[in-house]
Design a protein around this ligand. Sequence first.
Ligand SMILES: [Zn+2]
Length: 264
Amino acid sequence: MATASAGSNSAASITSLRIQLAALTRLLHKEGILTYSGHASVRIPGRDAFMIQSINDSRAGLSPEGLVICDLDCKVIEGPAGYRPPLEAFIHSEVLRARRDIDCVVHTHSELAAMFTMLEGIELALMKSHAQRWASGIPTHADPTHIKSSQQGKDLARTLGKHNGALMRAHGGVLVAESLPALLVDAVHFEENAKAHYQAATIGKVKPLTREELDLIASVNNNREQHCFKLWSHYVGMGFDDGTLPKDWNEQIWGSVNPNAEAT
Ligand SMILES: [Zn+2]
């Protein structure tokens, strides 16, 4: 899969990013990973700017036209009059500033994942094979307050470091990926992994993946592009079927993803 930021900074690619971001938000809301809070963003190709939803728009029915484009100081560059980014937009600006290797960020408000920041002596373990994505670690950011300043955003980006995800104490999480379809896939797998840990712990002593097992998974799971296409197709298809997504988004929702790619 080409990344969401691949290609030119054309009106067509921006339109596609708008539709993908609105779709991802609606779909993650349906999965309970975003709630009345939480948000996702995507870097505008070739610019120190990013697209994010406005502060008051519902995640359930987010529209592409209501998204705003901000600079890395969270000032609105483009958007409907009076629209402004969420208070916690500094999560996105500072992670995107610090991590030039990724283009997409989601700040989740998953109750399940956040629970693992509230347990004495227990940390979220890597249980399911797709959790190999976080094999380098899932740090917990200690600041339990909302990230409402540039400095707080920088501190969170420092906690995240080079990892692909972090938890935020008594709050939620942050995940990063190369494209919006990949970000959706990561958000789904992160939630699945937290659920697996919780469910396994209700039965007995948990047995997380070992370093050797994680290395083995990494050595054979080498087609992330195809996997992301498969799951994007699955969730987008369900969204069209149940009315979560308007069917006239179909042309632009694939972006630079090849809808004819063979998935396994
Ligand atoms: Zn939050």
